[in-house]
Design a protein around this ligand. Structure first.
Ligand SMILES: *Cc1c(COP(=O)(O)O)cnc(C)c1O
Length: 344
């Protein structure tokens, strides 16, 4: 038996735009964004700023970016120049999944620490952050990933974030948050998005993950950094012209797809339960990412599941990763549990 179309749990990037999102894209007004003349891009940026800005927020402008990788890169470059240092956890997306872009394009060094589920603590950072001195590389920025991808969708407690913010202020360094899935942290904890604006000096968020837009990220930053960030974006080849149709998809997602992520989290728990009932070891999902033990080898399980119409990723030699999203229903989560368990 095989399921068609397959149940695709490899990533929340595989979502397709819904009919309503496509209609919003079709109707979008557009202009040339390199000239700063695309009204739909401007509307998206204003909306994002309204979510993360406000009293005490450090974020006073927003820039629409083609990808999250570019948003992270430019955000970090606002704080660290070639020869300077970012500290982050050893499993961070910027270390594991960005093709060493920071080293390649920016000449920035990453210094990493091993963590539980990808989450750093203020104590750890207290030991890591160091000032520049004769033959000592200076730390300029702390990078945090919330939720943490390889950590299994783990969420930073707000108190930890506040502690890290206080440490950064004390030590005179900046904080960049890779919030590709910050929406999931917000929905899982109820923490208002504006709270995160008080923690981060720069923040990247993805529209193309669980929010279901086809493309795009947003970089939030301080107003005085806007022009420099636009120049860097252009230099990387990211000066886009009539991006308004993509921005319209993002705007639609911000208006309609944030709070519904609670369903994705419920479906991840459903999948976890179904797997546990069948004797598998899974970590209780905090958001929409599920890590599953595959003691006999993850890639073999992924191959067998694919033959039966369930797509799932191997996260390591003996760990599988399943992600729920907009296009996964409770019924398909239950079906997937059965098939994955059979394959393990
Ligand atoms: C997906 C992701 C990004 C950015 O990815 P793009 O594909 O470039 O949009 C950044 N950080 C994390 C944690 C991610 O999961």
């Amino acid at each position: 038996m095989t399921i068609s179309p397959p149940i695709d749990l490899r990533s929340d990037t595989v979502t397709r735009p819904t009919p309503a999102m496509r209609a919003a894209m079709l109707d979008a007004e557009v202009g040339d964004d390199v000239y700063g003349e695309d009204p739909s891009v401007a509307a998206l940026e204003a909306r994002a700023l309204a979510l993360f800005g406000g009293p005490d927020s450090r974020l006073t402008t927003a820039l629409f970016m083609p990808t999250g990788v570019m948003a992270n890169h430019i955000g970090l470059r606002m704080h660290a120049a070639p020869g300077e240092e970012v500290v982050c956890d050893a499993d961070a997306h910027i270390v594991a999944h960005e093709d060493a872009g920071l080293a390649w394009h920016a000449g920035v060094q990453t210094r990493t620490a091993l963590t539980e589920r990808g989450l750093l603590t203020a104590d750890q950072l207290d030991r890591l952050v160091r000032p520049h001195g004769p033959y000592v590389v200076g730390t300029k920025v702390i990078e945090l990933e919330n939720t943490h991808n390889r950590g299994g969708g783990s969420v930073y407690p707000l108190e930890t974030l506040r502690g890290i913010r206080a440490l950064a202020d004390e030590r005179g360094v900046k904080v960049h948050v890779d919030g590709a899935r910050l929406w999931n942290a917000h929905v899982a904890t109820g923490t208002p998005l504006a709270e995160y604006g008080k923690i981060a000096d720069t923040l990247s968020v993805c529209l193309s993950k669980g929010l279901g837009a086809p493309v795009g990220s947003i970089l939030l930053l301080a107003g005085e950094q806007r022009e420099e960030a636009r120049v860097l974006r252009h230099r990387l080849g990211g000066g886009w012209r009539q991006a308004g149709m993509l921005a319209a998809a993002g705007l639609y997602a911000l208006e309609h797809h944030i709070e519904r992520m609670a369903e994705d989290h419920a479906n991840a728990r459903l999948l976890a339960e179904g797997l546990r009932e069948r004797g598998l070891t899974v970590r209780e999902p905090e958001t929409n990412i599920l890590l599953i033990d595959a003691p006999g080898g993850a890639s073999g399980v992924a191959d067998r599941a694919r033959e039966q119409g369930v797509l799932i990723g191997a996260m390591g030699p003996r760990t599988l990763r399943a992600i729920t999203h907009l296009d996964v229903t409770d019924k398909s989560a239950a079906t997937a549990a059965q098939i994955i368990a059979d394959c393990v």
